[in-house]
Structures are given as structure tokens and as C-alpha cells.
Design a binder for this molecule. Sequence first.
Ligand code: NAI
Length: 343
Amino acid sequence: MASNENAAVTRKSQRVAFFSTKRYEQDAFMNALARADGNAEKQLDIIFFEHALNAHTALTCIGFTTVVIFVNDDICDQTIEILKNNGVNHIALRCAGFNNVNIRSAFKHNIEVSRVPAYSPETVAEHTLALMLTLNRKTHKAYNRVREGNFTLDGLLGFTLHKKTVGVIGTGKIGKAVIKILVGFGCNVLCYDPLPNDEVCQLGANYVPLARIWEESAIITLHCPLNEQSYHLVNEQSLVKMRTGVMLINTSRGGLVDNKAIINGLKSGKIGYLGLDVYERESELFFNDLSTEIIQDDIFQRLTTFPNVLITGHQGFFTEEALAEIASTTLANIVSKQNRILP
Ligand code: NAI
């Protein structure tokens, strides 16, 4: 198990273990520590581990009271029991979504859970648009063609986004930021959220029942959390209702779509374009260099064979500004009571 203890800070009080860290995050956190106004942050004794936190690795929490985790750490009931038995009293997520933490179990064991609820929603919104525009105008293919001296346009035909109907599912912070951009493009925006928001209507979008999103949208983009209600929201039944050639974009959580249904939809032509930044079993793949390995996930591999599929490896959050915001908020969450998830 690889671990990197290069950033230990000596003679400090609260011991904090970061899991699943990459160099760029370690740098962002060390910069945030240097910038922190409060003395409390500077008192943290921090160690960065590269390995993920899960039931197999949980014993590496020994000696720490706070663990800082990311999207693919697996904080199941078993992990939580080990954390509790070894003195951990706070799980700090350095991300917004918390579907990878068994919240009930954490509460049962009196472990606090905090997260970074908002760090530049525009960052993820802009990546969502990058997927839409790339899939549509095929700039990724044009880039390669031109470098090889191939200036033909066959196969690069796109459509004009202006006046197209786009369905936005989930109109929280990121959904709203996406709507603002789409309105700027001149799109007709339909949206669905169990908790409608006036601000979204003022932007010019219209709340409609989910059935109308499926039936009328040329593009459907998902911005809701993964929970029991939203699991496999895009499935065989919802696909039947969609327009032929629909563009589907998911930058939220992999479990929102049923990938077997998606593959059938791509094969039949029902789905004309697919843009993913998240994948249901991404924890086995994303954030790692597997370029010399045989990837065993046949569903993922099949998805990558379609010419109209664009997958990025959970990089929607990945800008300098967002990393800095995540780092400073996470540190503040550790030293204060802010952004706790309540029972
Ligand atoms: P948010 O909490 O601000 O908004 C979520 C919205 O979804 C809320 O308005 C809620 O009422 C709505 N919602 C809940 N259940 C729904 C359902 N079944 N159908 C439709 N809407 C539903 O969350 P935020 O910050 O906008 O994040 C949205 C998603 O983006 C989350 O899943 C989060 O995990 C993901 N995310 C992805 C990132 C990436 O790097 N790709 C980075 C940050 C967040």
C-alpha cells in the first residue's frame, strides 16, 4: 500500500489523515494552510496518504481523530466501525456529494461528517458545457485530423445549440449555473427538481414534469445527487420516452444512469451523443494511470468504443480556483463546526 507522508507538520494538536490524495491536492492544501488567517488551521498535524480509505485500509487511521476523504473512498458501515474503534470522530469530505458515506452509521457511532457544499458550481457547469460542445462540434476529432493534415469535414457535422430545448434535471447550485450559461446560448431550458426554485424561473427556465424533460429535450443534463430516488434515473423506461438522437450528459454521479440501458440506447441510435464525467464503478478506474493495464470493466470498455461517446475521468471540479476553495473550506470545516451534515 503506497503512502506518502511528505507533508507531516510537527508538534501540532489535532491529527488529520488525508486519503486518496494526489500531488495537486497536496499542493492546494499546503497553499491553503499557508494562506489561512486563523491559527487553528496552522495547528493541524496533517498527513497525506495516497491510498483510498475503505474497510481494507481503515486501520491506517490509527492515531488520527479526523479523516479527510474524496469521492471514491468507501465509508461503509464496516469502515466506520474501524474508524470509531480507533478514535476517529470526524469524517471531512473534500467534495460536495456524500453518497459514498454511510451517514446513518456515522451518526450511530457519533462521528461527525462535514463536506464542501459549494465550491464554484460554475466550475462543474463549465465542464458540462465543454462536454456538450465537444460532442456536438467534435473539436476533439478535428484536433487530431488537422494535426495529421486531414482537413476534410465529413463526420464533423454538428447542430446549432441556439433555440434547442435542453432539459436540466436538478436545479441546485450546479444546475442553476448550467441554466445561466444555456440561457446565454439562447436555448429553451426545461427543468425538473422536486424543490423548484424561483431564481431559476427568473433566469427564463421552465419547470415541467420529468416526463416532458424526457420527451422534449434535444439535450438532457443531470445535476441531482445520487440517492434512492435518483438511482438509475436514466434507464430502459426513461430512454423509451426520449427523442431519437438525444444528447445525454452526466457530470453528477455515475449511479444516476443504468449503463446497460445506455449501451443499448447507443447501439440502437436512440442516444445520439453521450458525455460522462462520472461512472458507476469509477472507483476502480478514475484518478489512476491504467494505460499499461488490461481494464477488466467490460461495460466501461464498451462505452469507450462508440464514436459518439466522450468520457472524462471526474474532472468537472478540476480548476485552480475550485481546488483552492475546496482546500480552504475543508480546513475550516475541520477546525470549526461548519458544513456538518445533520441527522
Ligand atoms: P445541490 O444540492 O446544490 O443541488 C442538487 C439539486 O438536486 C437540489 O435542488 C435537489 O432538490 C435536486 N434533486 C434532488 N433529488 C432529485 C431528483 N431525484 N431529481 C431531480 N432533482 C433532484 O447540488 P450541486 O452542488 O448542484 O451538485 C449536483 C451534483 O453534482 C451532485 O451529484 C454532486 O455530487 C455532483 N458534483 C460533481 C462534480 C464533478 O466533479 N463532476 C463536482 C461537484 C459536484
